[in-house]
Design a protein around this ligand. Structure first.
Ligand SMILES: Cc1ncc(COP(=O)(O)O)c(C=O)c1O
Length: 421
């Protein structure tokens, strides 16, 4: 009898706890923006997973960027984060730049071929064979001796590039990667820089010094309890200035008005408004704002690209194969399992965005073919409606869907190819 009471009490506590911890219903419908986009895609879309790029929102991001990056500072488009020639061309025109930062030899070759007037700086040091491949493929009027800067991080790589310049009978332009605090490589002391600049100075017919690149995303990403942002920025600037002063003083013959002092990236570019040292700031991802860029430094930017994919099947609560009893229990407990949707494709680096309250089902598992999403009874979604997801990053995700679907004013206005890989 006493045991029975204790068990009953225990059961009561478990049920009360379960009720207290019950997830709240976070389901909802589309907002006006996604409702209109859903209607457009249902009527005119390709009815498969696609990457939608909204030009109105892109324009807004370019406007924000132009307010921050003003002459004499120049804006450089990070091509890996916006991997489409028509997209880079569009940004060139809207933002009034012809500068690109490139990170992949096939992309570099496509930019040199199709955006012949561009000025390219490599964003990472490439294996010398990769540089050789670029020259072997070069067909257009793009002139690397005026338009291209290779990024070099060590004296050893510089020597490899010098030998390549000899083999090609060309002059290579060299930008030196400096470590301004990120510790992702690059020159870390003036003795090493000295060796590199001495090599460049000794081979004026084969090598030309064109500047520095110092990248600093940690400034925006380190939590404030770990280090104050002001002290991090100061460290970046002092370090950068140290290398500039050293080079100017010891190698004045290598210095000129055209030297590129590149830095920043999406997370930090808006922290350079009062800086007078750098003259070239790289930005890519902020113009489309995937979720990894939901940072305080990018608050005025708006998300401009979404994965859109049709719902193939819409049903009642989630049923786990072979575990119907558990499904019923979970369904009773979690209101966000009241409905099940299978979407076309899935498992992208992305989070469901609209309609509100869609979740992956970790017990059912992920699928790139037909992924299960669940939501509450309030989720307004039927077969052939679209689910919209926000990519976590742009560079890999934008390459996964074929041509980008371009929208403006809620209508599909174009389709743009992405880079060949
Ligand atoms: C050297 C360098 N500069 C700038 C960027 C900024 O790119 P994004 O603006 O897309 O973050 C990156 C990104 O990896 C980088 O490696």
């Amino acid at each position: 009898m006493r045991l029975g009471v204790i068990l009953l009490l225990l059961l009561g506590v478990v049920v009360a706890l379960a009720m207290m911890l019950r997830p709240h219903d976070d389901g909802g419908g589309y907002d006006d923006y996604f409702r209109a986009l859903n209607a457009t895609l249902r009527a005119h879309g390709p009815a498969r997973p696609m990457l939608v790029l909204d030009l109105d929102r892109l324009d807004e991001n370019i406007r924000v960027l132009r307010e921050s990056i003003r002459p004499p500072k120049q804006f450089r488009v990070v091509d890996k984060s916006l991997p489409s020639i028509p997209l880079v061309r569009y940004i060139f025109e809207k933002a009034g730049t012809n500068r690109v930062m490139s990170f992949h030899q096939p992309f570099l070759s496509q930019v040199a071929e199709q955006l012949k007037g561009s000025q390219i700086l490599l964003g990472k040091p490439m294996p010398v064979r990769s540089a050789e491949q670029f020259y072997a493929e070069l067909r257009s009027s793009f002139d690397p001796e005026r338009q291209l800067q290779w990024l070099i991080d060590t004296p050893e790589r510089l020597e490899e590039y010098r030998a390549l310049a000899d083999r090609l009978g060309r002059k290579l332009r060299i930008n030196v990667e400096i470590d301004v605090g990120l510790h992702r490589g690059g020159v870390q002391d003036t003795a090493t820089l000295d060796r590199m600049l001495a090599t460049i100075a000794a081979h004026p017919e084969r090598l030309e010094f064109t500047g520095f690149m110092g990248y600093d995303p940690h400034v925006a990403k380190l939590p404030s309890w770990a280090r104050s942002r002001a002290s991090l920025i100061k460290e970046v600037r002092d370090t950068y200035r140290g290398y500039v002063d050293f080079a100017r003083q010891k190698y004045p013959q290598l210095w000129n008005e055209r030297i590129t002092l590149n830095g920043a990236g999406s997370p930090t570019y808006r922290l350079y408004e009062d800086d007078t040292l750098l003259n070239d700031l790289s930005v890519g991802s902020a113009l489309v704002k995937p979720t990894d860029f939901d940072l305080d430094t990018l608050a005025p930017h708006v998300p401009a690209m979404f994965i859109a994919t049709p719902v193939l099947k819409a049903g009642a609560s989630a049923r786990l194969p072979g575990l119907d009893w558990l499904s019923r229990l979970l369904d009773w407990w979690n209101p966000n399992l009241a409905r099940t949707f299978f979407i076309y494709g899935g498992y992208w680096m992305a989070h469901p965005e609209s309609p509100k309250g869609l979740h992956n089902n970790s017990m059912f598992g992920r699928s790139s073919n037909q992924e299960m999403l669940n939501g509450s009874a309030k989720v307004e979604l039927g077969v052939d409606d679209y689910v919209f997801l926000r990519p976590t990053q742009s560079e890999a995700v934008m390459l996964q869907f074929g041509d980008l679907v371009i929208v403006r004013g809620g209508a599909i206005v174009d389709s743009w190819p992405v880079f060949r890989q």
